[in-house]
Design a protein around this ligand. Structure first.
Ligand code: BV8
Length: 252
């Protein structure tokens, strides 16, 4: 049985506003590799080679191919018990917001009501020049022909609608994430190494404004020293048990 405290269950049962920051770890049990774990995405590739504009312009076909591969993994993946537990939690708290660093769409596919995507979404692509949206199939066809995928309107390079290193996060998503963090009574940090900023700052900001902050992760992270409670375990085990405990407390 995952070892969370009665305090956390009580705080969640009494909370008006709950915010949850998620990272790649919540999708690990859906078969999507994380970034920094052994065998993760960065094991194969150096982030400087792939997740930034310079790398993309230097070798668009490699980066487009990497995202195409990741899109295929994501499309074949299913939300797991951890995603589902967060969707279920919505029935037991007045307001829940999931702020995700993930680009895999799995919180949305688990039908969580409020999902704030800080780093974009891998299913969407757009032209770097005219910025029109371009379907993933246009990318797939071009790559199969051994060419970088280009915009059907202006021939500009097509890129995934994700935030690369050195790029600003979408202003509206960041503003919404800061707002739900600011008013949270309870803030959960789930499945993130908490090394990428500005997302990694959110659990710290939550604690500073008075939220009860707990972390769900098999390992220590960049915010382990900043949270009130650390629950060591996989999200797919911890979150369903936690939501069951909250439901039992709320529904009495
Ligand atoms: C920006 C692209 C303005 C999309 C990604 C302040 C301080 C230091 C550095 C900076 C700073 N401000 C800005 C920076 C620079 C940089 C940064 O943070 N660098 C770090 C690495 C030092 N940030 C930026 O460039 C951001 N832009 O701030 O613009 C600016 C710019 C320059 C300079 C100043 C200001 C842009 C950040 C977004 C970058 N894009 N990816 C894509 O291809 O997906 S980052 C990448 O890491 C992913 O998006 C991912 O979401 C993100 C975070 O990783 P995690 O999700 O945490 O995944 P990770 O593998 O690391 O950890 C998984 C965890 O899960 C582990 O802890 C593991 O134990 C756990 N786990 C495993 N299994 C389970 C589990 N947990 C639960 N259950 C399980 N079963």
């Amino acid at each position: 049985m995952p070892d969370f405290s009665d305090t956390l269950v009580d705080r969640l049962a009494e909370a008006d506003h709950v915010a949850v920051l998620t990272g790649a770890g919540i999708s690990a049990e859906s078969g999507i590799p994380t970034f920094r774990d052994p065998g993760g995405l960065w094991d194969e590739f150096d982030p400087q080679e792939l997740a930034n504009v310079e790398a993309f312009l230097d070798n668009p076909e490699l980066v487009q191919g990497w995202y195409r591969h990741r899109r295929q993994v994501v499309v074949e993946a299913e939300p797991n018990a951890g995603h589902q537990a967060l969707a279920d939690l919505e029935a037991h708290v007045p307001s829940l917001a999931v702020v995700t660093q993930n680009v895999d769409n799995l919180h949305t596919r688990a039908e969580t009501g409020t999902v704030i995507e800080l780093h974009g979404n891998i299913t969407d692509n757009y032209c770097m020049d005219c910025e029109r949206a371009v379907g993933a199939e246009a990318v797939d066809v071009a790559i199969q022909e051994g060419e970088p995928a280009r915009c059907p309107d202006c021939e500009g390079l097509i890129r995934p609608d994700v935030v690369w290193f050195g790029e600003m996060l979408p202003a509206d998503a960041m503003a919404r994430a800061e707002a739900v963090t600011e008013r949270a009574d309870v803030f959960l940090s789930v499945g993130t190494s908490a090394v990428v900023h500005p997302a990694a700052q959110l659990p710290v900001a939550a604690r500073e404004q008075g939220a009860y902050v707990a972390e769900v992760n098999p390992d220590t992270t960049g915010v382990t020293d900043d949270v009130h409670e650390t629950i060591r375990g996989p999200a797919g085990d911890v979150l369903p048990a936690l939501v069951d405990a909250v439901a039992a407390r709320v529904d009495v």
